[in-house]
Ligand binder design. Structure first.
Ligand SMILES: [Zn+2]
Length: 120
């Protein structure tokens, strides 16, 4: 690995050691009740995830509204995609370019949710 790559990686990961990030991370965990916003897990390793990734949206790195709480498994499962799981929602498919199969799943999930609400 070139020293320059190493250097930028060090700066990249140093972000997570800043006191500002620690404060924001804690506040985000509290804001969402220390609960994974995708699967609802509470008693597990929780990550504070950047909805719009820092690599592409550096200005949103410290924006409280760009953060969500995900457990380790859900965070790794969404790798590389932009998915907003706050309020039980995924960002509408046309905005993040989901595959056809994912669109179908999204529509089915919404349908199931509506059916559940209607049947109550
Ligand atoms: Zn989860």
């Amino acid at each position: 690995m070139h020293w320059r790559t190493l250097h930028s990686y060090a700066r990249w990961s140093a972000f997570y050691d800043t006191p500002q990030w620690h404060v924001l991370r804690k506040a985000t965990l509290r804001r969402y009740g220390f609960r994974c916003q995708k699967c609802g897990a509470t008693n597990t390793e929780l990550h504070v995830d950047h909805i719009r990734p820092r690599s592409r949206f550096p200005k949103l790195a410290m924006d409280p509204d760009n953060l969500q709480v995900l457990c380790r498994a859900c965070n790794y499962a969404k790798r590389g995609r932009i998915a907003d799981y706050r309020h039980g929602q995924v960002v509408p498919p046309q905005r993040i370019g989901l595959t056809r199969a994912e669109c179908v799943m999204f529509v089915c999930a919404v349908g199931a949710l509506l059916a559940a609400v209607v049947s109550q």
